[in-house]
Design a protein around this ligand. Structure first.
Ligand code: NAX
Ligand code: ATP
Ligand code: MG
Length: 347
């Protein structure tokens, strides 16, 4: 509703190109593009939302992140997302995964707090399913209020029973007003059940090419149209009730149905798996910081706050691409995701 009425009312998009000199970008005929004269670029977004070091701060205040993901097949993805959250600057990073995945993930890093609580169908008898699902939810909700953001989906897999439990976790997070970054198999889940995120302003979706295609087909009932990519992303975000969507690709495009932002600083030509996982962990931390910052500036000034999920996406995307370019300079074709993670803090 917000969607189409606002499209007609505004007849205008704000497409901001961050990190590169502006190139003319052609939009569809319906919408006039306005390029913001960007006083602030992506780097200044990062500076604006990153908390300063303060000796009075205690552990946890710079962010507590939880990744819901990790199953028999995938242990790398939740590790990449959660370790990236720490490398960006969060204080604590938890992983909620299946029992099979937990020991493996713990062995990658002693920094992560790993909860082996999710179950897949193969390990649960039919008659136990309801009670096991309840147990999973109880375990996660015990921790839930402490988290500043959840990342749902990296390496989650698509087991129907497991996804049923994660559905309940997401409903609970939403009731508790906890921001949720949805990535990987979490996007598979929400594409089948859009009401999980519809109208939730604290949700950010980070689809790759396949995940975006599935979302567009489901929500807009059409194919991805690259000639009309800004308007299509804008409509998609509006149709899901103003959630933030970061469409990953050559340039990362970000929209919440109010503006369209573009991050296009040079990254890496390597497309090794796991870079999206770095991104989702990074977006979670930056969004939490932006949200924290917003509550401070709202209290103390009349600045009109910007959507923290948008700011988090801009900062996460910019930093990941910067790290990827530094890693590629060093490792060339041998660049792997772990090399990029090592470069997250470098300039
Ligand atoms: N080391 C790891 O553990 C990694 C695990 N990953 C996890 O792997 C899982 C799947 O992620 P992907 O990024 O591979 O998911 P995608 O949905 O992009 O792809 C899944 C597979 O299905 C194919 N596919 C799916 N939909 C398709 C479509 N509409 N058209 C054409 N081909 C299609 C793709 O080619 C691919 O082989 C996620 O849980 C993700 O987080 C990735 O993050 C990569 C790293
Ligand atoms: N063609 C491209 N050129 C430059 N950068 C790209 C390109 N495609 C993706 N990226 C960058 O890589 C990051 C990860 O995007 P990608 O599409 O690989 O995610 P993904 O498939 O979800 O990754 P993962 O393997 O972690 O699941 C994006 O934020 C984007 O900045
Ligand atoms: Mg991915």
């Amino acid at each position: 509703m917000l969607a189409s009425s606002s499209i007609l009312r505004r007849q205008q998009f704000l497409v901001r190109s961050l990190g590169v000199p502006h190139n003319p970008v052609h939009m569809d005929q319906k919408a006039e593009i306005r390029f913001a004269a960007l006083g602030a670029d992506a780097e200044s977004v990062i500076r604006k939302i990153t908390p300063t070091y303060d000796p009075n701060r205690y552990k946890g205040q710079a962010g507590k992140i939880a990744v819901i993901g990790g199953c028999r097949e995938y242990t790398g993805a939740p590790y990449f997302a959660s370790i990236s959250a720490l490398k960006i600057g969060a204080d604590l990073s938890h992983v909620f995964c299946t029992k099979d995945a937990a020991t493996v993930i713990k062995s990658y890093s002693p920094e992560l707090i790993v909860h082996p609580i999710l179950e897949e169908s193969y390990s649960v008898r039919e008659e136990e399913k309801a009670s096991v699902c309840q147990k999973v939810l109880t375990e996660v909700t015990k921790w839930m209020e402490r988290f500043d953001c959840l990342v749902v989906g990296p390496g989650l897999g698509r087991d129907p029973f497991l996804l049923g439990c994660v559905t309940e976790i997401m409903k609970h997070a939403r009731q508790s007003n906890i921001p949720i970054v949805v990535d990987g198999d979490g996007l598979f889940l929400i594409t089948e059940n859009l009401d999980l995120v519809r109208g939730y302003p604290l949700a950010a979706l980070t689809p790759n090419v396949n995940e975006y295609k599935r979302l567009v087909q489901k929500v807009l009932d059409c194919e991805v149209d690259d000639h009309d990519r800004y308007a299509q992303l804008f409509s998609l975000a509006q149709r899901i009730g103003g959630v933030t969507i970061l469409r990953k690709g050559k340039c990362d495009l970000i929209s919440d149905g109010e503006t369209v932002e573009m991050v296009s600083n040079f990254g890496s030509p390597r497309r090794c798996g796991g870079q999206g996982d770095i991104l989702s962990g990074s977006v979670a931390v930056f969004s939490s910081w932006a949200r924290q910052q917003r509550s401070i500036t709202t209290k103390h000034s009349n600045d009109s706050p910007q959507n923290p999920m948008i700011l988090g996406c801009i900062a996460g995307s910019t930093l990941l691409r910067k790290a990827a370019s530094l890693a590629f300079k060093d490792k060339k074709r041998a660049t792997l995701t772990t090399d990029i993670i090592e470069c997250l803090g470098r300039r």
